[in-house]
Design a protein around this ligand. Structure first.
Ligand code: F1P
Length: 623
């Protein structure tokens, strides 16, 4: 298999051009490369899949190649500079704001961060100053609307709306691959008015690997935008935060490592930017990175249990059952996000994996979304129909306390994942009956990851009681220590969120790997829903079938249009037409691959897939 990858390396120059990424230096961007550590992930046991994901995630903290990942001193230095700018905005929210923007997973993390820190500012009696933008608007928070990512002018328009009336804006544009036109349009807008904006670009490729295809409505490439950013960066009027963290465990699946690193970087920036409210915690960027590393190691320290959880999930999906995540607050939201990402990544159906949040979506009133996402919806629509093939995973002790007791009388599988920080150590689990009705319980104890920060004395409950006029026993004694106590809560929440993200990403990815949706470490059932994914799909067909790029593109089009003989209109159409047509079709990439390997017709490839839906197994037979 390693030999296979060496061969793949030598094919990279062709792939690069197909992908339109890097015509100059003929390299596939790091975020699109297959990771050599996960080469055998498709034939690994569930436990081994978890340890492989851990090995890949470690690169976030330990670096990749010659890079030092998140510990890179240049990156750490820039984190402080950007945090200082955020802090200025936090002190003066009427004039300024922080805008975090991105597409897909990046936009979802923008939302989660701004939501979390606005709540925190409110709890400190401060004005909110974090805003988020996601391409495709709020519906894209919980379902993919990927075509919207390709429009730079829409990005600029949205940014203009959000910053109206503000004179100081810290703009953080997230695009893991340094490629999203939606973000490029916003960066360009910021660069044209550096009095108002300080643009920050967050992504995980070296600047020279930024995408080099021409963008519609902008007349530039992303690479040119990055060059302009670099010029302004010399005067500290713009910043590029691009730690190199290595390729994804499933090639190109930026919801995984890149998404997690996005969360960590945004958390650190916002924590340091709001440090005046939790000064007692003495936070530093390297120590925070350490904390997340400890959380990561702790989660994956449960590789055996994570493997069992993913096996349960896979069994449900294989037997046409479903997987449901239930959680409170951000844990619920992260579950919903993970579930929604399985559609574009693995060609999953909307019903396969679904997440629900207790209390529903509380803070989107002004921009409502159209899905049913609350645990009340789960209770009324899903619960009555649960059967033995379904698996329900309850995340967090708070969710276990609130879960509808009827859940325990249905014939489904039930798992409980608890993330222990200080906060929960005292909360007793519902009762013995509940625990005996759980098929699997996983306890992730992340207390120690947090302990090094030197908490102010006194438990949270005591602090709350005093605030409500209760007895003053064991209270924090100084205002700093008080602020530290709420800062401590914030850190616990952020650590739990990271643990949750690792857990659900591992569960769903592992389940789909076991179901054969990944071949070697390539996502062979990716949905072709925007330009980046169209070109990625071409690259996958080309590499697996070992053919030229023109041929791979033709196979993909045949599969998209369900036609062995393509018409002129079909072959000469714009990429956007292919994407629109592909959105109507199922199994576009698997069919194209099989046609390439078997030299067969679209229909024959489709019948093969009907007999053996495990694509990975099918491909192994043919290679
Ligand atoms: C944005 C994104 C990913 C998603 C998929 C399509 O990528 O929506 O979040 O998983 O790969 O693209 P990026 O702009 O952050 O690189």
């Amino acid at each position: 298999r390693y030999r296979m990858y060496n061969a793949a390396d030598s094919r990279q120059s062709r792939t690069a051009e197909t992908l339109g990424f890097n015509v100059l230096d003929n390299q596939v961007p790091i975020t699109e490369l297959p990771n050599t550590l996960s080469i055998d992930i498709d034939i690994a046991s569930p436990e081994c899949i978890a340890t492989t994901l851990h090995a890949c995630d470690k690169e976030i903290f330990e670096g990749w190649g010659t890079s030092s990942g998140l510990q890179d001193t240049v990156i750490i230095d820039k984190l402080y500079k950007v945090a200082m700018l955020i802090s200025n905005v936090v002190q003066n929210p009427s004039a300024g704001c922080v805008v975090i923007s991105g597409c897909g997973t990046s936009g979802r993390l923008a939302y989660l961060t701004s939501r979390r820190f606005n709540k925190y500012l409110r709890s400190q009696g401060q004005e909110e100053c974090f805003n988020y933008i996601i391409s495709g608007d709020n519906d894209a928070l919980y379902s993919s609307v990927e075509l919207a990512e390709d429009d730079p002018s829409e990005g600029a328009k949205r940014l203009r709306e959000v910053v109206e009336g503000k004179t100081r804006v810290v703009y953080i544009g997230v695009t893991c691959g340094l490629s999203a036109p939606f973000v490029a349009g916003q960066l360009e807008m910021c660069l044209s008015d550096l009095e108002t904006f300080t643009p920050v670009l967050l992504g995980f490729n070296p600047a020279h690997q930024a995408r080099k295809t021409q963008m519609k409505n902008l007349n530039k490439t992303f690479h040119q935008v990055v060059k302009n950013m670099m010029m302004s960066e010399q005067e500290e009027k713009a910043f590029i935060l691009n730690p190199i963290i290595g390729p994804e465990p499933v090639a190109g699946s930026s919801r995984m490592k890149s998404g997690t690193t996005t969360k960590i970087v945004l958390d650190i920036l916002a924590l340091l930017g709001t440090a005046s409210f939790h000064s007692a915690l003495c936070l530093s960027a390297p120590r925070l990175v350490e904390m997340y590393k400890d959380v990561c190691d702790t989660v994956y320290g449960q590789a055996k249990s994570l493997g069992s959880l993913a096996y349960m999930a896979k069994q449900s999906l294989r037997n046409n059952g479903h997987l449901y995540y239930l959680g409170c607050d951000a844990l619920g939201l992260i579950g919903i996000v993970d579930a929604s990402e399985c559609r574009p990544t693995f060609g999953a159906s909307f019903h396969d994996i679904r997440g629900f949040v207790s209390g529903g979506i509380d803070d989107l009133d002004s921009r409502p979304i159209s899905s049913t996402l609350s645990t009340e919806d789960f209770d009324s629509e899903i619960l009555p129909n649960l059967d033995a093939c379904d698996t329900v995973i309850i995340f967090g002790a708070d969710m276990l306390q609130r879960v509808n007791s009827r859940l325990f009388s249905f014939p489904c599988k039930r798992a409980f994942v608890n993330f222990i920080t200080d906060e929960e150590s005292s909360s007793a689990l519902r009762d013995e009956v509940t625990s005996s009705k759980l098929d699997l319980t996983i306890t992730v104890d992340i207390c120690f990851a947090l302990n090094f920060l030197g908490w102010p004395q006194g438990p949270q409950e005591t602090f709350n009681r005093q605030k409500d006029g209760g007895p003053a026993v064991g209270l924090p004694t100084s205002p700093e220590a008080w602020s530290g106590t709420s800062g401590k809560m914030l850190l616990m929440q952020l650590a739990r969120e990271a643990a949750m993200k690792w857990t659900v990403n591992c569960t769903s990815t592992s389940a789909y790997i076991q179901l054969g949706k990944v071949y070697r470490n390539l996502m062979v059932d990716v949905r072709v829903s925007n330009a980046k994914l169209f070109y990625r799909a071409c690259g996958i067909v080309k590499d697996i079938c070992n053919i030229g790029e023109a041929e791979s593109c033709t196979l993909l089009l045949k599969s998209i249009y369900d036609e062995d003989n393509l018409s002129k209109v079909q072959t000469s159409g714009d990429v956007v037409n292919h994407i629109l047509a592909a959105s109507e079709m199922d199994k576009v990439v698997p069919i194209a691959i099989l046609m390439g390997l078997r030299s067969c017709s679209v229909q024959q490839a489709r019948s093969l897939l009907d007999t053996q839906p495990n694509l990975s197994r099918l491909l192994k037979d043919f290679q």
